[in-house]
Design a protein around this ligand. Structure first.
Ligand code: MN
Length: 190
């Protein structure tokens, strides 16, 4: 069994005007596909061949870890967005208010973290029991490494926004916020 590239859960133009068709074509068909292909090539004829992605993430290192984690992170990121308007579940809303005081304060903290992440990486909302936290991770970081439950992620590698916004990461982040699939985020709570 090899790792499979998940198709996007919506059409390539579904996230316009916030994220263009051209960005999604490059980001999914070139970047994400590349990580999946590299994961399969690097695990071939090793103890990792045929293993689940999470097993590879927790046990491999170097290039194989990077590509496996990037494969997981991108599949998760696509599902964090939707062209449909959604809202957090009552349970998620209450947990966000417990951890960040209000939805507005959470939005501010999440987007400020993403704006401040130096270089390439991912800004996560993760669950650890009753606690929710925002985690900025560099490169291929994923909260699975710290045994925390990923709820939401924003890709802040430049390839996520450079075609649409050049270097203006903040504009991409505002658009990302409008696209969040709160049904998916809520469903990730354990
Ligand atoms: Mn990416």
């Amino acid at each position: 069994m090899t790792i499979v590239l998940d198709p996007l859960p919506y059409a390539y133009n579904a996230l316009e005007p916030y994220i263009s068709k051209e960005t999604l074509e490059f980001h999914h068909d070139k970047h994400h596909a590349g990580y999946v292909n590299n994961t399969n090539n690097l695990s071939k004829d090793t103890e990792f061949e045929g293993k689940e992605l999470e097993y590879i993430i927790l046990n491999a290192n170097g290039g194989l870890f990077n590509n496996a984690a990037q494969s997981f992170n991108h599949s998760f990121y696509w599902r964090c967005m939707s062209p449909k308007k959604t809202a957090p579940s009552a349970k998620l809303q209450a947990m966000i208010e417990d951890s960040f005081e209000s939805m507005d304060k959470f939005k501010e903290a999440f987007l400020n973290s993403a704006a401040a992440l130096f270089g390439s990486g991912w800004t996560w909302l993760a669950q650890d029991g009753k606690e929710l936290s925002i985690i900025n991770g560099s490169n291929a970081y994923t909260p699975i490494l710290d045994h925390k439950k990923p709820l939401l992620v924003c890709d802040v590698w430049e390839h996520a926004y450079y075609i649409d916004h050049r270097n203006a990461r903040a504009k991409y982040l505002e658009g990302f916020w409008s696209l969040i699939n709160w049904d998916f985020v809520s469903s990730n709570l354990s």
